[in-house]
Design a protein around this ligand. Sequence first.
Ligand SMILES: [Zn+2]
Length: 451
Amino acid sequence: MRLGVRIVAQVRNRRQALQGLAAGGLAAAWPRTGRAAADLSALRIDAARLRADLEGLSVYGRPAGGTFADGVSRVAYSDADVAGRAYVMGLLREAGGTPRIDAAGNIRVRREGTVAGLKPIMIGSHIDSVPGGGNFDGDVGSLSALEVLRTLNAAKAPLRHPLELAIWSNEEGGTIGSGWAAGVLGKDALEGMGPTGVRRADGLRKIGGDPDRLADAVIPKGSLAAYIELHIEQSGLLEKAGVPIGVVDGIVAIDEYEVEIKGFANHAGTTPMPDRRNALLAAAKLIEAVQEEVTREPGRQVGTVGHLEVSPNARNVVPGLVRHTIELRDLDAPKLKAIAQRIQARAAAIAAETKTEITIRSADMDPPAIATPRLQKHIEAAAAGLGLKTMHLPSGAGHDAAMLADVADMAMIFVPSVAGISHSPHELTHWEDCANGANVLLQTVLRIDAE
Ligand SMILES: [Zn+2]
């Protein structure tokens, strides 16, 4: 089967070469087989240039009078977003690319491969930020993808596969651009609001997308050879372990619940303690139960009660009604279901104990996006070739890669976040780690290309 595929590819390549279509005639000068990766294994990105690009991009959305250390607010569809996108498109053109904006507002560049019929290898990330964000979330992956393109072009190194770059639009608003490209989101998402408070349809027009032709942006399932995204870790595991490269096992499932606790609102001075039906007391016990059930077994699962509404929320009234959320995250969705069941059992006991009624309703379940082992091995080998230690870890944050996992084999490379801080002006990844990540991305692409 594999052999058959290779023969077809070579025949097509020969035909293409005969027709004079091979990229700049370079195909003949470079090996087209697995040897290509070895031959280009000494190729490195330019770390100083990557840093200069990151510093250059940081200007767009920087607080007035601020410096790089003050972070950015380059929120999707804002003027700063438009300006930052124009800056990056300029860099892509200088790198020899021809950027286009697809209907979903994603910036896309394609570099042709030398073997006809091979599916593209796609790399990319995003450059929009949260309000008051940092200069590394999304930017490192996006500008490293640019740096990979530039390095390959400068070396006149042909890839067998086409290489596609994508700078996804509106990631921080809920992986919107990549969600449309993966066909996970539909037209109804156009009516939602973007982070700047504009309708997504209007925001999309502002950045050069076309809400009437969203379907044109869809990447058909199975049409990519791989999707690889480099990103900052946004957690502190790599730094703590002293490991420069993270091999992401997947992007965690998010299991969300809404809880309603009905007690009875009554006078805080005249209602004896044994007679109270205190909904907030029940909530407090349930919050502790969430903590206990999530930590009852080993693993990296997390559980959070982050939103709470108390009624009547008055200092002299026994709380009669509480609504709160429960959010559980892990790569292992069945494990989350088992934890949720245990929490449900604890809730029943707490309701009996506090004379309240507790209802737990499932609100949403985002399935996990599991990385492809074959691609993870390429990342490990690429890092080993660069003398860099690796460590496997999950991603607790959502990423464009989770959307792409719906249509393609996917893997992610993480680089350390100092003190695990992200979505903050204090977000920091050392320049050396950024460069290491970009080099691992480059060498991973070369290894996939040689498959
Ligand atoms: Zn991000």
